[in-house]
Write a protein that binds this ligand. Structure first.
Ligand SMILES: [Zn+2]
Length: 288
């Protein structure tokens, strides 16, 4: 978003000496270190204010362009970044952290989705059995009741859940890499897509749809439609949409391969979630 559009009066032919590295160059940017020429207008009060607003709201052109591309062409944003088209967009990692930041400011977006209460830990897939033993051992060792432990656990787990979101990114890169192994991409490429996917998941499911759910639950209308099962299906659908588009945009798969792989990926997500919750459980238990 540009606040004001000015005509470009910059002299591109003029020879300049870089103020940072002393190389000579023409144009707006130093060809050696990338420093930008400071233009007279940049110190005006309007530009200063625009800079302050951008620093706080992330509403500069890069955010809007990245966000739009992520929604209308999932995988296309990571693809552009991976291909080297980086100037018009944010880094996938920055988009992910902006999503995180906004998520934890939102009233309906509680961390409950990510941090499971202590009493449900023994029911979790992958690590439930071992969790049960660890909890019993901790109750004995620390000489506290289960209820006391559960309160301590919840506080610590809520704050760690936010910090550890990045673990989800690393975990989800694993099925992406396994399923698209034959594309001979770098690990970093799968991670870019995983950052984009997690940013999408937080923006669309955790912020937009969860806010909608929160508002619908507040309304006096009771409908058979509006329940948790319905919304978890909607979440699965948006996830599938992203992964299907990403399989063809990012990995350039044919449509029937893309459909098969995105079904497998959508299912693999629940194991990624369980692994994340397991890691969150153990780190929480070790730090209380
Ligand atoms: Zn320079």
């Amino acid at each position: 978003m540009k606040l004001f559009k000015r005509t470009d009066t910059f002299n591109y032919q003029q020879q300049r000496i870089c103020v940072t590295c002393a190389s000579s160059f023409t144009g707006k940017y130093c060809g050696v270190c990338g420093e930008k020429v400071l233009e007279p207008g940049e110190k005006s009060f309007v530009d200063f204010l625009a800079g302050v607003v951008n620093a706080f709201t992330f509403l500069d052109g890069k955010f809007a362009k990245s966000f739009r591309l992520m929604l209308v062409r999932p995988g296309g944003f990571s693809k552009a970044f991976s291909y080297g088209i980086r100037q018009p967009y944010m880094k996938p990692v920055s988009l992910f952290f902006v999503a995180n930041f906004i998520f934890f400011l939102f009233p309906f977006a509680t961390s409950n989705t990510f941090s499971t209460p202590l009493k449900y830990q023994p029911n979790m897939q992958l690590y439930g059995k071992s969790a049960e033993e660890l909890i019993s051992a901790k109750v004995v060792a620390d000489n506290i009741s289960f209820d006391e432990l559960a309160v301590l656990y919840q506080q610590q787990s809520n704050s760690l859940a936010k910090l550890l979101m990045v673990v989800m990114v690393v975990l989800f890169a694993i099925p992406l890499m396994i399923l698209n192994y034959r594309k001979h991409l770098y690990l970093a490429d799968h991670l870019y897509l995983s950052f984009e996917f997690n940013a999408f998941f937080i923006f669309v499911n955790m912020i937009l749809l969860s806010t909608l759910v929160g508002i619908l639950f507040l309304l006096p209308i009771k409908s058979a439609f509006i329940n948790d099962v319905f919304f978890s299906r909607v979440f699965a659908l948006t996830t599938f949409y992203f992964l299907l588009r990403a399989q063809s945009e990012f990995y350039a798969q044919r449509w029937w391969v893309a459909i098969t792989k995105s079904i497998v990926l959508t299912f693999s997500l629940q194991y990624v979630f369980s692994a994340y919750k397991g890691i969150l459980f153990y780190i929480t238990m070790w730090t209380i």
